[in-house]
Design a protein around this ligand. Structure first.
Ligand SMILES: NC(=O)c1ccc[n+]([C@@H]2O[C@H](COP(=O)([O-])OP(=O)(O)OC[C@H]3O[C@@H](n4cnc5c(N)ncnc54)[C@H](OP(=O)(O)O)[C@@H]3O)[C@@H](O)[C@H]2O)c1
Length: 225
């Protein structure tokens, strides 16, 4: 099974890449700066240089052909003006989804954010409001596509700790925080667990080992279906 990660030089993306390549899964990391290629290679992946904000679905579909799973892990950070369209967190995610369908790949995992909601009103921080609205609109669109087996992961606020290997993964977790390393471990398992589609899952630090948390969630969702 091979995986394509959009935003391949991101901190979560590189951690996920290392986990997948250590398991022997080939990974392609899509980056927009050629100078990041060496880091992506050092993590065990094949870099592909393309700016997601300007790529067409047909161009991206070439990069996805033959893959079995796609992860959108790119993000504009705090780079968007409040209230403006979001070329990465929303538009690029949907372009990648179009490309995924064109390439005939079903498994799509979206790295979203807790609180993502097209209608969220968050006056303390207009940039965060714009980000969460863009993510929420993208998530809604992705989950409505029958051609994709899409899981939307909405982690809490990130920390940079080493990871505890223990999480709380559920449709509603309540507030919390989570180390990027634990987000990466959950993403690596979700990519190979399509039974968690089509669902939104929240993620915070917790007490259940990652493999068990993902497996248990998949079993519960299949039983509920
Ligand atoms: N921060 C939080 O607490 C939090 C919580 C929940 C969810 N999230 C989500 O998780 C995502 C990943 O987090 P992270 O910490 O790994 O972020 P990160 O280190 O900032 O990585 C984001 C990556 O996206 C890439 N990117 C942005 N625009 C691109 C484009 N047009 N084409 C190709 N690549 C592009 C960036 O590349 P460049 O190096 O070229 O800029 C960067 O490598 C965030 O972006 C956010 O959506 C964050």
């Amino acid at each position: 099974m091979s995986v394509v990660i959009a935003g391949g030089h991101g901190r979560v993306a590189l951690l996920t890449t290392r986990l997948l390549t250590t398991r022997g899964l080939p990974v392609t990391g899509i980056i927009r700066r050629p100078e990041q290629a060496a880091t992506v290679r050092a993590a065990g992946a094949q870099p592909a240089v393309t700016d997601l904000a300007h790529a067409t679905p047909h161009h991206l579909a070439h990069l996805l052909t033959g893959a079995q799973a796609v992860l959108f892990a790119a993000g504009a950070g705090r780079g968007n003006a409040p209230g403006q369209a979001d070329p990465v967190d929303h538009d690029a995610a949907l372009t990648l989804a179009d490309a995924t369908q064109l390439a005939g790949v079903r498994r799509f995992v979206m790295l979203s954010a807790m609180g993502a909601d097209p209608a969220i009103h968050y006056p303390p921080d207009p940039l965060v409001e714009t980000f969460l609205q863009a993510k929420g609109r993208a998530d809604q669109d992705l989950l409505s596509r029958p051609a994709l087996d899409c899981t939307v992961l909405r982690p809490a606020w990130f920390r940079d700790g080493p990871g505890t290997g223990r999480v709380h993964l559920a449709e509603h977790t309540g507030p919390g925080e989570i180390d990027r390393a634990d987000v990466a471990a959950v993403l690596a398992d979700l990519l190979t667990t399509p039974a968690t589609a089509p669902r939104v899952l929240e993620l915070v630090s917790g007490t259940v080992p990652v493999h068990e948390a993902v497996a248990r969630t998949a079993l519960r969702l299949v039983a509920d279906h």
